[in-house]
Design a protein around this ligand. Sequence first.
Ligand SMILES: N[C@@H](CCC(=O)N[C@@H](CS)C(=O)NCC(=O)O)C(=O)O
Length: 209
Amino acid sequence: MKLYDFPKAPSPRRVRIFAAEKGLALTTVEVNLRQGEQFSQSYRSINPQCVVPFLVLDDGTGIGEVVAICRYLEEIAPSPPLLGTDPTSKALVAMWDHRMEVEGFAAVAEVLRNSAPTFRGRALTGPLASDQIPPLADRGRARVAAFFDMLDRRLAESSFVAGPSFSMADITALVSVDFADRVKIPAPEGHIHLKRWHENVSLRPSATA
Ligand SMILES: N[C@@H](CCC(=O)N[C@@H](CS)C(=O)NCC(=O)O)C(=O)O
């Protein structure tokens, strides 16, 4: 199978970390987002959504969306489990992962895509043109601040985001916090629980994936 990837983009990083935690070596094909390769006819014929990551299986089946790709990898390589092990932990991982994606990752993307000149006319991913709405960048900054507060509160009561073990929710949270830092919204120094957790998960070998 082949993972269509771009090393600097945060969404495929979630998949790369997930695979690295499982010791899976994925063959990757770079789609250079900075050069607009996601909009080329050849990539559109593979993934009409024009985004990465995208996984193509040996039989030609295409799987888009980080959560779906990671679900597939969990099924073919169950150890170590990253999506929970029983009905309760599976639900908690899904709940926290979704919160990390919607309240963290998407909020940072809202800031970046509505403010950076490079995303003019491309405020939303995909092939359709979409104008930037500058007030959404301000709203996004407030959402990122609320995300940091929520994460710090959660990590005051739990070693990892979804409970006592490292999971997909930690991967999405780590990628979101690092993505925010790149967009010049660093996590507040006073958030000591978030800081402790971030230092800890950043030391895992998978974090460099
Ligand atoms: N919902 C998608 C989001 C994927 C996504 O937004 N990928 C970004 C990179 S982080 C992308 O390919 N952007 C293309 C662009 O900016 O044109 C997923 O979870 O896989």
